[in-house]
Ligand binder design. Sequence first.
Ligand code: NAI
Length: 330
Amino acid sequence: MKIAFFSTKNYDIASFEAVNNGRHELEFFEEQLNSRNAILAEGFDAVCVFVNDKINSTAIAALEKLNIKAIAFRCAGYNNLNLEVARKSGMKVVRVPAYSPQAVAEHAVALILTLNRKIHKAYNRVRENNFSIENLTGINLYGKTIGVIGTGLIGKAFCEIMLGFGCRVLAHDIFEQEALKQKGINYLSLDDVLVQSDILSLHCPLLPETHHLINKESLTKMKQGAMLINTSRGGLLNTQDVIESLKARHLGYLGIDVYEQEAGIFFRDLSESIIEDDTISRLLTFPNVIITGHQGFFTKEALEQIAVTTLNSFTAIESGQALDERVVIA
Ligand code: NAI
């Protein structure tokens, strides 16, 4: 198949070319796929997209016009797709459901440990020969209550790590996993998890039902001084409400790998630019906030698995073989 890759970086090119073995013809565009750039897919059989491409109804119509047969998400989440319109189109839409749940779960833990033990501050201090430990006090994670929203692949991996730390782990999900219950995880209502947790980590997808799941009301229910971690999707938080809670000294810590308005900011070097987004700029002023730029998935193992699964899906689509039902979106 002749495949146009959108929003690509050097690491995408390296990981896909390493596993392709001449099976498909790959062309990599830096541009985002959106209704305006869809024309770049002219002459291709399929497109491959990432988290911030905009596959709305206009982009889907443009791709259909170009006779594109398949859209592959080289990621798990697909909230940037108009699912209803995609289902009505004749195109196959696939994703990578599980490339390395541990990669994202471990990143969530990295955010917790960094915020709690103030490693970001310690690193800077020591580099300037400042070996004072004043104000670097953390808490023991052992014995603390961790709330997990969404216990799918990533949430489950996260629960297991936190059990290893000796934490009490509470969870909320619309589907409860028996295997996790047997390991000692208690499933509770969302409110009960919010109220009881010292640290809350979000691992559910962004859906209309979960949009702004964390808002003024839910933040008020959380313990004063609690830590909020979001490695899932930015839209799970009402960022303005989170800022207000931080300013009111209610929310104690925030660690995010995703941001609702991340498209146009994340995955770019803006070090010489003036950031127009006042919300992320405000977040960056808090000493108790850490932001990483959507790197939760970014491990060697995950990149390889993403490339293998995506190219295998293209091979199956090309040869008319049945696809694993977990990869099929539409
Ligand atoms: P998954 O589909 O295995 O698990 C999601 C879980 O959320 C399921 O158990 C589901 O029942 C639950 N859920 C759905 N609606 C819910 C609701 N209203 N309340 C509570 N739970 C609900 O997905 P997986 O692989 O664990 O990924 C989770 C999310 O992580 C993805 O949707 C994606 O947004 C994000 N992600 C972030 C990455 C990063 O680099 N930061 C990389 C990969 C995924």
